[in-house]
Each structure stands twice: as structure tokens, then as C-alpha cells.
Design a protein around this ligand. Structure first.
Ligand code: T3D
Length: 262
């Protein structure tokens, strides 16, 4: 039987493919375990400088596998599964010291939609849809959805999406600023791969500092954020990639970044 997560290593970057296509790549425990382990490996692998997260088949991810929740007797603590799996996954992606591209190949629903938003750059196939499915089954958006959505598209749209649980197209998601861009289905993985290959040659340590700034920027006041930018810029300014970037600019040649912080 094929693994429920496919890990494909390229030159400088890695593709992670959620692989339960008959269930629209919804999460069971096995998928959670493999995905957490894969992100741990990627975090430790200095040769991997960018990640693509995508799904096999016609969907990206339909959130929690509801067949694991059906017909249970007695109360079941969903908070415990968020603590054990979904929340560490979102924290891992947001704090990973390298960029994560989400290539949304099809429907992204429930935790699957918000998992996409947790990634650094979201590129979607034209046929993809985004659905805050939670209210349809009496749940609250999780996986960071109540944090990401209003910040990305504003409170009015976020509330309506969460309460009406109506899907939006990839084109609407792009026009609302929910995602970076929409591409034709046939070129999704080619374009995501080109983006990952490009990012893998860029100043990875600076990307990590950009993530640090953006992760806290939404809650800091301006003065605190200015101080943070000073501290992060101090670090970036000590990196070999800054030296190389300036030298390359002066010599009118492409920079050869190592991605290292020191
Ligand atoms: O529980 C906890 O730990 C708390 C955490 C919760 C996080 C969450 O994500 S809660 C939200 C869970 N997800 C959903 O509610 C979405 C459920 N799926 C759908 O609403 C629809 O499938 C879609 C809108 C995503 C796609 O619709 P459509 O018509 O394109 O496909 P389909 O026919 O509904 O699905 C295709 C197959 O995938 C189908 O199986 P079948 O009939 O061919 O054998 C369907 O049952 C299966 N599938 C889709 N989503 C799930 C799923 N099976 C299990 N769990 C799913 N989430």
C-alpha cells in the first residue's frame, strides 16, 4: 500500500504530497504522524531550503477525516486532537526556518483550507476551491483560520465565509488577497516547482527572519515592530548572504547565496 504522505527530494527543495486521494487527502492519525515527521526532517536538513505542500488526486485536503469521528459513543475531546496534531503543525510551518509553498491542487476544506493559509506562499489551481466547512458540522474554524482569515480578507468576508460555509473559487481567493495567485491546473506543479527551485537559491536565513517579523507583526504596535525590525536587520546584516548580495549587486552579477545565517 502506498504511503499516505509522499516525500520527494529535489535539488535544494522538497515536495510533500498528502496522499489519501479517495478521501480528498483528509487527515487521519497516520497522515498527521508522517507529516509531522517529514517537517521535522526538513527542519534539520540544511540542504532543503524550500518546501512544497500539495495533495494527490482531485483535492488538496478536506480537513479531518470525518469517518474517524462518525458513530463514536460518548464525548470525544476535539481540543485534544488540536493540541496533539493540528496546532503543532501550524506552529511548525509558521516557525520553519525556510519558506513553505502550498500548491492547492483542488478543494481545500475545513482544516485543509486553513492549513494552506498557514503556509508562506499559496498558489492555487484554477479549479481549486476554499471552504470553511466547519459550521456545516457544528464546529468552529481551527488550524489558525480565525487568525488568518480576518487578517487576510477582512472581518466581513471572514465572518460570512465561516458562518455561511460557502465555497469560494481560487479566482475569488486571489482577488480577495487570500492567496498569492491562481494558475491553470496543468501548470500548477511546474510553477510551484519553479518557485521552490528559485527560493532554494535565495537567502534562506533572511526568509526565516522575515517569517519571525510577520509572525509577530500582526499583534505588535508600530514602535515594538520597529525595534524588532532593527534586531532582525542586525542579524541579517551579519550574514554571509548580505555580504554576497551587496558584492553581487556592485559587480552586476547574480548572487550566490548559501542560505546560512553565519
Ligand atoms: O475532529 C477533530 O479532530 C477536530 C478538527 C477538525 C478539523 C476539520 O477539518 S473539521 C472539517 C472536516 N471537513 C469537512 O467537513 C469537509 C467534508 N467534505 C466535504 O464537505 C466535501 O467532501 C468537499 C466540499 C470537501 C468536496 O465535495 P465533493 O462533492 O467534491 O466530493 P465528495 O464526493 O464529498 O468527496 C469525495 C470522497 O471523499 C467521498 O467519499 P466517497 O463517497 O467517494 O467514498 C467523501 O466521503 C470523501 N471525503 C471528503 N471529505 C472527507 C471525506 N471523507 C472523510 N472525511 C472528510 N473530511
Amino acid at each position: 500500500m502506498e504511503d499516505v504522505l509522499l516525500v520527494e527530494r529535489h535539488d535544494g527543495w522538497t515536495t510533500l504530497t498528502l496522499n489519501r486521494p479517495d478521501r480528498l487527502n483528509s487527515f487521519n492519525i497516520e497522515l498527521h504522524k508522517l507529516l509531522a515527521a517529514a517537517f521535522n526532517d526538513i527542519a534539520d536538513d540544511e540542504t532543503c531550503r524550500a518546501v512544497i505542500l500539495t495533495g494527490a488526486g482531485r483535492g488538496f485536503c478536506a480537513g479531518q477525516d470525518l469517518s474517524d469521528r462518525a458513530g463514536r459513543e460518548g464525548p470525544f475531546d476535539l481540543g485534544a486532537t488540536l493540541d496533539a496534531w493540528y496546532n503543532p503543525l501550524v506552529r511548525r510551518i509558521r516557525s520553519l526556518r525556510k519558506p513553505v509553498i502550498c500548491a492547492v491542487n483542488g478543494v481545500a476544506a475545513g482544516a485543509g483550507a486553513n492549513l494552506a493559509l498557514a503556509c508562506d506562499i499559496v498558489i492555487a489551481a484554477r479549479s481549486a476551491k476554499f471552504l470553511q466547512a466547519f459550521a456545516k458540522i457544528g464546529l468552529v474554524p481551527d488550524c489558525g483560520g480565525t487568525y488568518f482569515l480576518p487578517r487576510l480578507i477582512g472581518d466581513a468576508r471572514a465572518r460570512a465565509l465561516m458562518m455561511l460555509a460557502e465555497p469560494i473559487t481560487a479566482e475569488t481567493a486571489e482577488s480577495w488577497g487570500l492567496i498569492w495567485k491562481v494558475v491553470d491546473d496543468a501548470v500548477l506543479m511546474e510553477q510551484a516547482g519553479a518557485m521552490a527551485a528559485h527560493l532554494a537559491t535565495q537567502p534562506t536565513a533572511a526568509f526565516a527572519l522575515i517569517k519571525d517579523a510577520l509572525n509577530i507583526g500582526g499583534t505588535n504596535d508600530l514602535s515594538t515592530q520597529l525595534d524588532l525590525e532593527r534586531d532582525l536587520q542586525r542579524k541579517a546584516g551579519l550574514s554571509p548572504d548580505f555580504k554576497e548580495g551587496v558584492a553581487a549587486f556592485m559587480e552586476k552579477r547574480p548572487a550566490r547565496f548559501t542560505g546560512r545565517a553565519s
